[in-house]
Design a protein around this ligand. Structure first.
Ligand SMILES: *Cc1c(COP(=O)(O)O)cnc(C)c1O
Length: 451
């Protein structure tokens, strides 16, 4: 064999001394990037031509030395993405990730375990199941609640949709949407996350199955409007399949009335799902936890660890008080898969097959910080946003969302430029990242403390 033929293999699988050298080089580059973060831009440099030229040189016709490539890549990440770890990133729930979760990614990547089946990764699947059980317990869900990690909140919400359709109409599993002789209906508020529309599409029941229920004028689902919509649908022969309450809406961080929604779902024979993708981290805080009262009544819950729980992306969780429905929905017999009789295999109880060790991120963050550390983190973001609210009020700015959950929707004193222009000017200055949004029909600037 010639020397050239050896190069690609050694590049992919270098010896120990070379691995250590590259890891140290990368660690130093990352620390240097962090050290200057606060002085630099939050947003990408706008002229991307130089980058496009440099990128086009990668034709992969000859190997490139990682000693040069790693510093180049760190620079591109510094200049070419919005900086989630920047102190002036007031963004869309994307956190500065906790360092233990970064280490978790490193460990998971190094061993690259396959979590589809318990038998191929017994330690990893047990760690994930343990973390899910601890979160379920902390949220007040009944003993025996279970679930799994997902790539995203949307995947967890899709899982909820599949469970609800399967529970309410068991033949949905085999014959799909045709199993419903009258149309299924799903209830979310107007302020809920609109990925639900895509999910209804993908589940085969169509976007029109989603009922966008009016809010109470403060960004929360109106139980009166919900009860009325369910009554009207039932009278018209539609089947109420699922009621979704959002605990921490995406724009305003508002919490829908969880108990009232649970009661209406129970009376209608519908699945009750709580989408706590962002707000779920409030379970860590004794101050905020009472706001989530009623989450314990949920058939299922979505929580994204990659939002307020500050893990690396994406790390969602689907947790259900009725885990057998997961098996009814996703069970499959595959002759080639290793099985154990005692432990359920993730591939028989979830949407995915091949599965990365996502849960290690939350395990390591939680283990390192404890619930007390997370409570401090969550309470601090709320305190900082109160502080900002007071400062803004003293300059005549109005806060229009009353939630108290660490995200502010604010308006400048009149007369003012359109808020979208203000947000665009701030973002393109590179000084900070904020969003223009609409809350209860009003144009607002949305500021979320994420790190
Ligand atoms: C972020 C969010 C989602 C979507 O979660 P992804 O992880 O982005 O897929 C759904 N619902 C709510 C309330 C959210 O905040």
């Amino acid at each position: 064999m010639s020397d050239e033929a050896d190069i690609p293999v050694e590049s992919l699988f270098p010896a120990a001394t070379e691995r250590s050298r590259l890891a140290a080089l990368l660690a130093a580059e990352l620390e240097a990037a962090y050290a200057t973060m606060g002085n630099g831009r939050v947003t990408p440099v706008e002229d991307r031509r130089r980058f496009a030229t440099e990128l086009s040189r990668f034709t992969f016709s000859s190997p490139v030395d990682l000693t040069e490539l790693l510093p180049w890549l760190v620079r591109q990440m510094r200049e070419g993405v919005v900086q989630m770890t920047h102190p002036r990133y007031f963004g869309l729930f994307n956190p500065a990730p906790g360092f233990p979760s970064i280490l978790a990614d490193h460990i998971a990547a190094a061993f690259n375990p396959q979590l589809a089946a318990a038998k191929t990764a017994p330690a990893a699947t047990a760690i994930e199941a343990h973390v899910i059980a601890q979160i379920a317990h902390r949220a007040g869900l009944p003993a025996g609640s279970a679930g799994h990690f997902t790539n995203s909140g949307s995947e967890a919400n899709f899982t909820a949709m599949t469970c609800a359709l399967t529970k309410v109409c068991p033949s949905y599993r085999d014959t799909g949407a045709r199993a419903f002789r009258t149309p299924p209906a799903i209830y979310i508020s107007r302020e809920a996350h609109l990925a639900w529309l895509k999910i209804a599409h993908q589940a085969g029941i169509g976007r029109l199955a989603i009922r966008l229920i009016d809010t109470d004028g403060h960004g929360r689902l109106s139980p009166i409007a919900l009860a009325e919509a369910v009554r009207a649908d039932t009278a018209n022969g539609a089947v109420p399949v699922m009621i979704v309450a959002t605990a921490g809406t995406t724009v305003g961080g508002m919490i829908d009335p969880l108990r009232a929604s649970a009661e209406i779902a129970e009376q209608a024979g519908a699945w009750f799902h709580v989408d706590a993708a962002w707000g779920g981290a409030a379970i860590a805080s004794d101050l905020l936890r009472p706001l989530l009262s009623g989450i314990d009544l949920a058939d299922s819950v979505t929580i994204d660890a990659h939002k307020w729980f500050a893990t690396t992306m994406g790390c969602g969780m689907f947790i259900t008080a009725r885990p057998w429905v997961l098996n009814e929905a996703f069970n499959i017999a595959a002759s080639f898969m290793p099985t154990t009789q005692s432990t359920p295999d993730p591939y028989t109880a979830s949407m995915l097959w091949s599965r990365r060790f996502l849960g290690l991120r939350l395990f390591l963050n939680l283990a390192a910080a404890g619930w007390a550390g997370y409570a401090h983190h969550v309470d601090r973001t709320v305190r900082l946003s109160r502080h900002l609210q007071v400062k803004l009020a003293s300059c005549g700015w109005e806060t229009v969302n009353p939630g108290g959950m660490g995200v502010l929707c604010v308006k400048p004193p009149a007369p003012h430029r359109p808020v979208r222009e203000i947000a665009d000017a701030i973002v393109s200055s590179g000084e900070a990242w904020i969003a223009a949004a609409t809350f209860e029909g009003r144009d607002v600037i949305r500021i979320c403390i994420t790190n």
